[in-house]
Design a protein around this ligand. Sequence first.
Ligand code: MTE
Ligand code: MO
Length: 423
Amino acid sequence: MDQHEFVDEHFRLARRYFLQLGICGLSATQWVMHAFADDEKVAKPIKKQKPDKAGAKREPYFTPPEDFRDVSRGKPLPHSLAEDKKREVGLTRDTWKLEVISDPDFPATLGKPLTNASDTAFDFDALLKLGEKHAVRFPKVMTCLNVGCPLGMGLWEGVPLREVIWLTQPTENLRRVFYYGYHNDDPKQMFRSSLPIGRVFEDPFDLPPVILCYKLNGQWLDSERGGPVRIVVPDAYGFKSIKWLSHLVLTNLAHANDTYAEQNNDVDSSLKTFAATLSIPKQVKSGEPIPVSGYAQVGIAGLSKVQVSMESKTVSRPVDDPHFTLGPWSDAELLPAPTIWTGLTDNKVPAKTHGFDENGLPKSWPIRFTNAHWAVVLPGVSAGEYIFRCRTIDEKGIAQPLPRPFRKSGHAAIESIVVTVND
Ligand SMILES: Nc1nc2c(c(=O)[nH]1)N[C@H]1C(S)=C(S)[C@@H](COP(=O)(O)O)O[C@H]1N2
Ligand SMILES: [Mo]
């Protein structure tokens, strides 16, 4: 999809909302041109011409796997290997093998490690067999800790990681699990992540489990998204969701040993709540209402509302308010849950999906760790330069993003966009 189509589609959706409110001032063409101008700065193709905010759109709500943004490492990238090489290294469903072992340096006591050497490594058939009884699916937005907008919104399906760990009969000295995937047999390329074992054995509050994932949006997990099998951690940033999974290591090590920790990242961070725009006119006429729409990532703190502010550039902001807590905030409209779940087979959320009822309707909205959408029509203002901002209010009534002394806990900034109002 090119930039024009992307903007066009968003206009079509937001337009319904604006029409309801009787906003007819802007013609479709004007709107598209305005939104197009704004998106020039964000819609630059990063890789393979993918639109930047594709993973945040209202439609398709579930991002087609090929439209996810890919930030994975590897030379060559494992998903780019030739089919016969993939078969040789276990990157196809019928050749996949998973070893589940004890850490030689900080051993956990296991009754039955699963290894290639003893011919007990876990395979795809065994995974599907476990899936018959234990498979779960849940919606989750995949977001990189270090990228400003979501990579893609997925319906992930798999077997709880704990079910596989139980097969090794652990008895003692098990405090964490770390895991990695195929990395061209080059130790320097290993990308490893880890979790406390408690998060694996039990799910806090109403969160879904950590899974060994083999399906995305109802289809087999493809190679680019980490197939045949990847980890997906519902509440975490993308770096915990290791692709091309090949090894689980059960350890008595008491702390995280994630590859991401070496790059000054906060590896214990949960997904943050924040809002950003998808469409906003860059130029408007004075006195004309200004329609704006966007998305919110619903993080661990939940989301109760989205707020917006328009401030003249000439206003001098209080020096002791770098996080805009004193801005002229007003509420935007949080759009209801989609009724048509675009991106899934028959546009339906299948039965037995976490957070949804038997009819495929969300039990509540918005859902944690997914995208929600909002729209607002700001009253017309007099000519001049303005700065538009949006933020979220979490479930506890606290403005998000919080002031963050440490940026590498996940992107959650207040976006500032200049709007020019002409006479
Ligand atoms: N094996 C492996 N898994 C990986 C990575 C990687 O480089 N290698 N990148 C991680 C990071 S940093 C992110 S943000 C997510 C991105 O997932 P996606 O490619 O499905 O969007 O994958 C994670 N899993
Ligand atoms: Mo990432």
